[in-house]
Write a protein that binds this ligand. Structure first.
Ligand SMILES: NC(=O)c1ccc[n+]([C@@H]2O[C@H](COP(=O)([O-])OP(=O)(O)OC[C@H]3O[C@@H](n4cnc5c(N)ncnc54)[C@H](O)[C@@H]3O)[C@@H](O)[C@H]2O)c1
Length: 276
């Protein structure tokens, strides 16, 4: 399948984890990608591996001029901008809200929230001439419910979901679609600490906490991003695609299966009693 044939896409944070898997998938599906990341070594190595349809551009997403330059490079080398993936991220400020420092708050918001605003702003400016384009931003399960991440991360990711809806309202008339993907815990360098910096242990930890009992890999999320970038979703905009094994629907991980089954059974019995 070549769903991205001749499409030019910028992926922020494309040197690692979900961004890397997305960059690989774009090239595999016939597109071209600019990997816009801080990590020079990883970014250059990945672009070298992917060949002539991939370039690395040193980008700090907190700098508006860097985002503008990454998009300009993509257009210059590969033609009109077809897609933008606002993916760069960090965990950022952690701990009690009572102890969270304002500088840490500002830094976290600059990467997780302000940079998504800048990515949508400049991608839309680039796409409006051709009246077509697809923008996908990374939210999180922490962007749709509480208790899935630190406070500032949760606030920023809820902001991504909100801006996705708001920008979709304005940009639909220009033919530009704006969507988000909300992953649950995924095995990437960002979640390394969950498994003491051992990806196999991280995968085990994530699988144990997944209602499907399996670990989410970066490719699972990249497939969702590709779906939203491609014309398969030409009628979807303003949508947040949650990819979390059902966690935010109320599904529970394996250790709680029997507890939930009991609860559902009792709810069912009560329902049938009431119906008599
Ligand atoms: N891994 C998860 O469990 C998970 C879950 C939900 C959402 N997400 C989101 O997915 C996105 C990708 O995360 P990941 O898990 O692949 O993490 P990762 O750490 O593997 O990759 C993040 C990339 O962003 C880059 N980056 C960080 N700050 C940057 C900056 N200022 N400018 C440019 N690039 C910068 C890093 O260099 C890195 O390459 C993030 O937005 C994250 O919040 C991840």
């Amino acid at each position: 399948m070549a769903r991205m044939k001749d499409q030019c896409v910028v992926v922020t944070g494309g040197a690692s984890g979900i961004g890397e898997a997305t960059a690989r998938a774009i090239v595999e599906e016939g597109g071209a990608v600019v990997i816009a990341d801080l990590q020079e070594e990883r970014g250059h190595a990945l672009a070298g591996e992917l060949g002539e349809r991939a370039l690395f551009h040193h980008t700090d997403v907190t700098r508006e001029s860097d985002i503008i330059a990454a998009i300009a490079l993509a257009q210059d080398r590969y033609g009109p901008l077809g897609g933008m993936v606002n993916n760069a991220g960090i965990v950022g400020a952690v701990g009690s809200i009572m102890d969270t420092d304002v500088a840490a708050f500002d830094h976290t918001m600059a990467i997780l929230s302000r940079a998504v605003f800048l990515g949508i702003k400049h991608a839309a400016r680039a796409m409006r001439a051709q009246g077509k384009g697809s923008i996908v931003s990374l939210a999180s399960t922490a962007g749709v419910v509480g208790g899935q991440g630190p406070h500032v991360y949760t606030m920023a990711k809820h902001g991504v979901v909100g801006l996705t809806r708001s920008a979709a309202c304005e940009l639909s008339r220009l033919g530009i679609r704006v969507n988000a993907v909300a992953p649950g815990g995924t095995v990437t360098p960002m979640t390394d600490a969950l498994g003491d910096n051992n990806p196999a242990s991280t995968a085990q930890f994530i699988a144990q906490n997944s209602p499907l009992g399996i670990a989410c890999m970066p490719e699972d999320i990249a497939r969702g991003i590709l779906f939203l970038l491609s014309d398969e979703t030409r009628y979807m905009t303003g949508h947040t695609l949650v990819i979390d094994a059902g966690l935010t629907t109320g599904a529970v991980p394996p250790p709680f299966f029997s507890q939930q089954a009991d609860l559902l059974l009792h709810a069912g019995l009560r329902g049938s009693d009431n119906a008599k």
